[in-house]
Design a protein around this ligand. Structure first.
Ligand code: DGJ
Length: 744
């Protein structure tokens, strides 16, 4: 092959694909390539991923993008395979599941050491099939086998048609004479062809979760990962987006939103290969996690979830929300209950009579649930601060002489439900549990313990520890069948990752999460309906692996409303508002109205001292709970449109529209206090129906103040979406909520 011709061809091709993810075409008459090779076409309502086996039966991704009207025409896209043979010496840059150790020269999806010590792997296409699960969901499986070893991988592609969502995972098995060591085991291996790739990734720490960073991917590998063991979301979440050609906006551009469904160490490799194509490999992190697989045993990876849109981030996120509510988040299409939490009003300092008063405050406020937080347990080592007691899940007799049961009854008397906080995965060295079962604790036997928030993590890979966790819930529910809400916290990361139970230490990180899911599975089998908040010292664990078992998640311990506008905005790309737990607290300098308005953009809760509210503040909060009920259906189940980004404007605007376009709610918040900052122009609404008429009314007005907007003004949807509406946000009106109703 003439190298100059190759380079010229490559350049020509790059120019030809400026319009997007179109795989460029080269004559398919080259010897050795047959157009009749197996073609696997996996389509959602608008998109397709097309796989093809080459003459050597190696399966490649030959297309990813908008689907063609005539599926037969995918047959005419053999170019990627052809081109790869020309300029990719290995021929498998575009592999659908890249094996390490044979001809591969780039980042692998799978790497193994066979039972005989050999480290090579080749995977060839054997067969595939597609099963229709229902009218919307289908599952394509593709079997790949190593021609030299009895080793195979099945790739799974689960398609959610209507939502344009895909879940991909793999199952690895073998029949070798002895164990095979798995060194890398991705869930998915995708391949894209565009001019440029823009990654929006997130980073953070406690109280500063979900800080975005958008950069162009350059040749080489960018890895997003976690090695924290638990709290995988803390430094870097498993959710990200990639825009193709240029950064996507809300309404324009090609964009993929992806997330690894795993509540532990994850890894996403984004490799711009030597041909400027993007290889995306996602799954569990293989860091310190070599896994030994017995003959005939199956190793199933978690799924990598993604959606793709050519109409920008807005549509992609709305599709993901629809998917999450329908298929993933527990009771995703149901309703949520407002609550009063005692954490920030009492911390550990409470007793039965203080809590009984708080229960009454919950009633006074008008919320549905009172949530008792940390500090209710431990006797030998009372949980009076965060240094002791974790693991000893018996009511503290001094604080609660009549047990939780008494408080549940108090709540019932006040027509309020009762919820409780637990942190089942953890132990304080100062606890009876630690004294009794030091072997249940993850720690290095030969090194000093290293604590995180004065605590250590229990070894959930040990079935006895799993049983212990389930028993915590059993005891709580058997003694108190009236319990109506659980907050499941997880405050420590895994240091000194060593298990007294594991024979092979490198299994710990993976088996920890598998053990965790087993516990959640068992708890849910017994208590399927009780709403449960996924919390992790703030938003340290936010992923679609765990959200299968939870109704909601705690966004962050940082409840400063200004910060929350930014955080909630970024979380909203991946998770629908019905799952965002937002509490009104005393964090930040903003007025109560601002704090409440921000918390209403999700599931509303309070963590304030109700008895200290002045008359107007109390009146405002009570009315806010009522107002929230009138718009929560739109927030929870409606379509989200981000109208003004807080990162680019003086104020943020977002709106939720119900599915039949008859009602919407619009939230507006000032995020800049500079002179004259505010909504100087109308904001164009979105998602309404042009030919409908709508009234626009300001709600959640603080007692004694008046809206500056005309009362119940009526406009056409066309007007509101073309000209817009000015919510009149300014330094005197820092947050404005508008209720928009169809007028018939
Ligand atoms: C961390 C959580 O994020 C807080 O809301 C609170 O529950 C504390 N833990 C209790 O220790």
């Amino acid at each position: 092959m003439d190298i100059f011709v190759t380079i010229a061809t490559k350049r020509k091709c790059i120019i030809e694909r400026t319009l997007g993810l179109i795989v460029f075409f080269i004559s398919s008459t080259t010897p050795g390539f047959s157009q009749k090779q197996t073609l696997i076409n996996i389509e959602t309502a608008h998109n397709a991923i097309v796989l093809q086996a080459d003459t050597g039966n190696r399966l490649g991704v030959i297309y990813f993008g908008e689907k063609l009207k005539k599926a037969a025409e995918y047959q005419s896209i053999p170019a990627m395979t052809k081109r790869q043979a020309d300029v990719d010496y290995s021929g498998i840059f575009h592999s659908a599941y890249t094996p390490a150790g044979s001809r591969n020269l780039v980042e692998p999806a799978i790497q193994v050491t066979h039972a005989d010590g050999n480290t090579s792997l080749d995977l060839q296409y054997v067969s595939h099939s597609t099963k229709k699960i229902d009218d919307n969901v289908s599952l394509t499986t593709v079997l790949l086998k190593d021609p030299a070893y009895p080793f195979e991988v099945t790739l799974y592609y689960k398609v959610y048609q209507k939502e344009d969502v895909m879940e991909q995972w793999s199952v690895i098995r073998h029949k070798e004479n002895g164990n095979v060591m798995l060194q890398k085991f991705a869930s998915a291996n995708l391949f894209f062809s565009a001019n440029q790739y823009w990654l929006r990734q997130y980073h953070g720490d406690w109280a500063r979760e979900m800080q975005p960073e958008e950069t162009r991917l350059t040749p080489g590998i960018k890895v997003l990962d976690s090695k924290l063991g638990t709290r995988e979301n803390l430094y870097q979440p498993p959710s990200f987006m990639v825009s193709f050609n240029s950064p996507a906006t809300e309404d324009e551009g090609k964009v993929l939103l992806g997330s690894v469904e795993w509540s532990g160490n994850f890894r996403v490799d984004l490799e711009v290969d030597p041909l400027n194509d993007l290889r995306l490999i996602a799954g569990m992190n293989n860091f310190a996690s070599e896994y030994s697989l017995k003959p005939s045993e199956e190793f199933t990876t978690p799924a990598f979830l993604y959606t793709y849109s050519v109409k920008g981030k807005g549509e992609a996120s709305r599709n993901l929300h629809d998917w999450a509510r329908e298929y993933r988040i527990l009771n995703g299409k149901g309703s949520r209950e407002t609550l009063l939490n005692n954490w920030e009003s009492t911390y550990f300092d409470f007793n039965e009579s203080i809590l009984s008063e708080l229960v009454k405050d919950a009633k006074k406020l008008g919320v549905d649930v009172f949530l008792l937080d940390d500090g209710w347990f431990g006797n030998k080592y009372p949980r009076n601060n965060d240094h002791a007691g974790l693991g000893d899940w018996q009511e503290n007799k001094k604080k609660l002489p009549n047990g939780i049961g008494y408080l549940v009854k108090e709540a019932q008397k006040n027509a309020v439900k009762f919820g409780i906080w637990v942190e089942p995965e953890m132990v304080n060295p100062k606890s009876e549990l630690y004294e009794k079962h030091p072997d249940w604790v993850i720690r290095e036997p030969n090194r000093p313990e290293h604590l995180y928030r004065n605590q250590l993590v229990l070894d959930l890979s040990n079935p006895k520890v799993q049983d212990f966790l389930v028993s915590i819930f059993d005891t709580l529910f058997i003694k108190n069948p009236g319990l109506a809400f659980i907050k499941w916290d997880c405050n420590a990361v895994i240091y000194n990752a060593h298990s007294a139970y594991q024979q092979k230490q490198s299994h710990l990180y993976i088996d920890y999460v598998r053990g965790l899911y087993k516990v959640m599975e068992r708890v849910r089998a017994k208590y399927p309906k009780v709403p449960m908040m996924l919390c992790s010292g703030g938003g340290g664990r936010v992923d679609y692996g765990a959200l299968k078992y939870f109704t909601e998640f705690w966004v962050s311990d940082n409840t400063d409303p200004l910060e929350r506008i930014f955080m909630q905005y970024e979380y909203s790309y991946f998770f629908p508002a019905i799952a965002h737990d937002n509490h009104v607290t005393d964090w930040g300098k903003q007025p109560l109205k601002f704090r409440t308005d921000v918390a209403m953009m999700g599931k509303l809760g309070f963590d304030i001292v109700v008895s200290k509210l002045n008359e107007n503040d109390l009146k405002f909060c009570q009315q806010a709970v009522i107002n929230y009920k009138s718009v929560s259906d739109e927030v929870w189940h409606g379509d989200l449109y981000r109208l003004m980004s807080p990162r680019e404007n003086d104020f943020a605007s977002l709106m939720y529209v119900n599915k039949d376009r008859s009602k919407a709610v619009m939230f507006n918040y000032l995020v800049n206090n500079r002179f004259g900052a505010g909504s100087t122009l109308p904001v164009k609404l979105k998602g309404l129906q042009a030919d409908k008429k709508y009234s626009v009314k300001e709600i959640n007005i603080y007692p004694g103040t008046k809206s500056t907007l005309e009362e119940n003004a009526v406009f056409s949807g066309d007007y509101l979406m073309t000209i817009g509406f000015n919510p009149n946000v300014n330094v005197r009106r820092t947050s404005v909520i508008l209720e928009i109703n169809e007028v018939k």
